[in-house]
Design a protein around this ligand. Structure first.
Ligand code: ARG
Length: 272
């Protein structure tokens, strides 16, 4: 996660951002801190990057990279206002634990990539249409050595994959079909016949912008109906209020870059 030290809405690069509606910085920090402690209380280790002055969107840490099996595919932001965030994330992965690949194509990290370790032996779902260049999907497949399924996003309100689709556990997803092109909807229905289906109201409440550990599903307070849907599917919804982050066009998932380190085999050492 990245602390919202410099979070504001001073430019508009998605339809949720209104530069005339001020952000309550104190409230933003309190809500973000509640998300951090909620994840920690659920037993997760949370590393915190400090925000950088002049990078108001850095609180949306999910966009900084995408890691699978200790391999990290770095981000390259579409808009110049966010470009410098990529370096701050790259520094985080500088330890020997990670193998970092610099991207040749525009991609916004976990904003547009999701990983399902047990679906079809480990697959990546990737969004394009607004931010990530589809050429980055092929590049990610080469870097990560996992099949990447390209999905076309068609509604500007759901400009990143993580606003329209979420992994609920290692093989199950939830998604809002109308955020995708008709062909991509068919692909999703074919791959995930048992998905939890969200409606427009759920998606607009940022109910798909969730973080799940396979049991607890952390999601925005406004997403009451989505919480009921995940409960009915056998998960435990945990609601966190994130009204201020919504002003920038994000919620729980956007604020969290999930770390997937490689699994050490017997006799292997870190950095070896
Ligand atoms: N204001 C940010 C932007 O447009 C929000 C990013 C939200 N992050 C996410 N993973 N969906 O780019």
């Amino acid at each position: 996660m990245c602390s919202p030290d410099h979070f504001t809405v001073e430019y508009a690069i998605n339809p949720w951002m209104d530069t005339t509606a001020p952000v309550d910085a104190t409230l933003a920090f309190r809500q973000w801190e509640m998300l951090r402690t909620t994840l920690a209380d659920l037993g997760h280790t949370v590393h915190v990057l400090n925000g950088v002055p002049g990078l108001p969107d850095m609180v949306y840490a999910a966009n900084g990279a995408f890691s699978v099996d200790g391999k990290v595919y770095g981000a390259r932001f579409k808009f110049p206002q966010r470009a410098a965030e990529a370096d701050a994330h790259q520094l985080f992965y500088a330890s020997g634990e990670w193998s970092f690949a610099s991207p040749g194509h525009v991609n916004e990290g976990e904003g547009d990539f999701a990983y399902l370790p047990e679906a079809y032996g480990g697959m990546v779902l990737a969004g394009y249409g607004f931010r990530t260049d589809p050429a980055a999907h092929a590049e990610a497949q080469e870097v990560l050595g996992r099949p990447v399924i390209s999905l076309k996003l068609v509604d500007p309100a759901f400009y990143h994959l993580d606003t329209a689709l979420a992994a609920l556990d290692d093989r199950h997803i939830a998604y809002y079909p109308d955020a995708f092109s008709p062909a991509s909807q068919r692909v999703l229905a074919q791959l995930f016949p048992d998905a939890v289906i969200a409606d427009r109201h759920d998606a607009e409440a940022f109910g798909l912008n969730l973080v799940s550990d396979g049991r607890h599903v952390v999601l925005n307070t406004e997403a009451v109906a989505m919480g009921d849907k995940v409960r009915a599917a056998g998960y435990l919804p945990v609601h966190v209020e994130l009204t201020e982050l919504k002003r920038g066009g994000g919620s729980v998932k956007c604020a969290v870059a999930e770390l997937r380190p490689g699994v050490l085999k017997a006799g292997e050492a870190l950095g070896a």
